[in-house]
Design a protein around this ligand. Sequence first.
Ligand SMILES: Cc1ncc(COP(=O)(O)O)c(C=O)c1O
Length: 492
Amino acid sequence: MRKELTMLSDSTVPADMPADEFRRAGHALIDWIADYLTHLDQIPVLPDVQPGEIRDRLPKSAPATGEPIDEILRDIDRIVMPGMTHWNHPNFMAYFAISSSGPAILGELLSAAFNVNGMLWKTCPACTELEQTVMDWLRQMIGLPESFWGMITDSASSSTLQAIAAAREMVKEHPIRQKGLFGAPRLRLYTSEQAHSSVEKAAIALGLGIESVQKIAVDRDYRLDCRLLAQSIASDRETGWLPFCTVATVGTTSTTSIDPIPEIADICAREKLWLHVDAAYGGSPAILPEFRHVLNGCDRADSLLFNPHKWLFVPIDCSAFFTRRPDILKQAFSLVPEYLKTDQDQQAENLMDYGVQLGRRFRALKLWFTIRYFGQQGLGERIRYAIDLAQSLAKKIDQHPHFERLAPTPYSTICFRAHPPEIQNEKELDRLNQQLLDTVNTTRQLYLSHTRLHGQLTLRMAIGNLHTTREHVDCAWNLIQECWKSIYKQVT
Ligand SMILES: Cc1ncc(COP(=O)(O)O)c(C=O)c1O
């Protein structure tokens, strides 16, 4: 067999792309990416396409025979670019601004080239150990104590699911892992009404059901009300629920409010509830000394996540998940079939033991590249700059007679609306602000998102992209004012 193979001429072996061709196309693609990132602000942030339009430009079935790589690369401009929403654009200020930096893109490229599956230490020692190392760097960078152990997951949603599964594993009244939920006490978990939908989604996925999630009202600043949390736990105990977990948020999705973690930690300690902190957006600024306080009290949490793919300049996906109870996490998830047993199981971490997924890619590379290239100081300077830009704009909004902010701005996401003094009808204000949002986004020069706060339609402007400068923010504010002028003229 071996002999036969060696006798085949090169051209008859169905092999990979030849190295020379890969090198040439790779250089061309890197050039394309460098140009793309350099000139992004010269193209619209939003595409001008209707649903189905991109699909119509694509063949209905796969090519039977191969196509030249140059043709494939050409179709990036011809087919893909017209349908692109550019998340890496300096004027992308919708949702949370995210960025993939140069070093992170290179790390991601290398990860695809290595293509390891780090399910076990043995299946790639470097993958496991680099991940453990960068997680420990991140832990130190945000000031968590050494008792926290970390791993990378794909998303905050997965990190929260894992945390709640671990919390559930702590329930002593019923062996849920073994027996399932049938016959188990009715479990209750607490989170604020401003928490991300991933908390409820985790409850659905874990079979707890949406009713297991008790949403606690927030105070004027959109922070979980601890008095109501304590009351809710007490009344649930009286009516037969078993409270087991609280999910607090540092940087809520709508307003970036920060729940009072020290007080919540007191309640969780007293009531013996697992405390999970979702700091998906709000955790990264804790690498700055002046923002370390946002994680006050988190040293007492059982688990915490933050997303480097939101605000640490690495491309999606990358969520940093920490827990003080890796033993419980492992107890919840570890299941080792014969074919995955190795001689090193007693001496090394097998990351498959700590979550749902078995196969795991080498995500640590992009973090390692990014942290090393910028350093903690460099990363911090970039985050600080974005926060400065947002704080300056917040002041301008406060000074404008036709605009108001609808929530505090602790980071760099501004919640605001147009509200001229003579219009008090809330329905009319909603209509005008929807029109403002649509008008701004229709220009495709700027992308804003919205939320509803106390029933009021609220515009959200999230600053934080690595390429966003003061000039971009000034232009964005000018555009918003221009669009508002044209709308206001029609109603007065
Ligand atoms: C506070 C918070 N938690 C969780 C998530 C979900 O993040 P992911 O897409 O990583 O699951 C978000 C997304 O914006 C968020 O703002």
